[in-house]
Design a protein around this ligand. Sequence first.
Ligand SMILES: Nc1nc2c(ncn2[C@@H]2O[C@H](COP(=O)(O)OP(=O)(O)OP(=O)(O)O)[C@@H](O)[C@H]2O)c(=O)[nH]1
Length: 209
Amino acid sequence: METSKIAAECGINIEIIFVGRSNVGKSSLLREIFGAKVRVGRRPGVTLRPRHAQESDLLITDMPGFGFMSGVKDRKQDIVKDQTIRYLEKNSERIKIGVLVIDGPVFPEVVDRWDARNQIPIDVEMFDFMRELGIDTIVAANKMDKVKADEYDYLLDEVSVRLGLEPPWQNWKHIIAPISAKKDDLKALKGLLRDRLHEMKRDDLFKYV
Ligand SMILES: Nc1nc2c(ncn2[C@@H]2O[C@H](COP(=O)(O)OP(=O)(O)OP(=O)(O)O)[C@@H](O)[C@H]2O)c(=O)[nH]1
């Protein structure tokens, strides 16, 4: 069934969407954050469709990762990107929060590699696009457990520069959430999600995040 139909039929008022490259740890993060409360199962096999979980009038959407996948012929990245753009455009009214998940430690390097080819990095493009659509967008910088304590702030400054946000990164703590899904350190992201829900006067949804 088409997603918009599901939403219309089930009275969705708030959608939170998760996007990111493959292998950034989006699945781990979703399992950690919603696992026990909201069932976000494993993506069965190779699928390019969004996955949804619904709790009350809250819809949580997990977009497929941008990236290459064995078994899917060429240009999965482009296909997923186009599909994500279409989905965001179509549902932008209802999507109140966007979470762009990045692999924090490698993000600056990945962005620079794209820049060197005169291409806009897909993550940065998505970040800008979601904001242009008026979607309140959080960047979850995952895998921060890999970063040494004395390099932590430097790395996050580099991340914010690549996102077009003037450092120091601490000025953007309402947007950048350093986390580690593996170590179950999701405080920063949960805090930002709750801040947004609180602003929407939806503290009743705190139990799901
Ligand atoms: N060190 C570290 N590794 C992590 C963290 N989160 C996830 N990983 C690892 O990163 C790899 C990818 O994690 P997934 O959760 O499968 O990533 P994904 O983004 O959902 O990937 P796709 O399914 O390809 O979209 C796995 O080996 C995880 O164990 C983290 O916070 N720290």
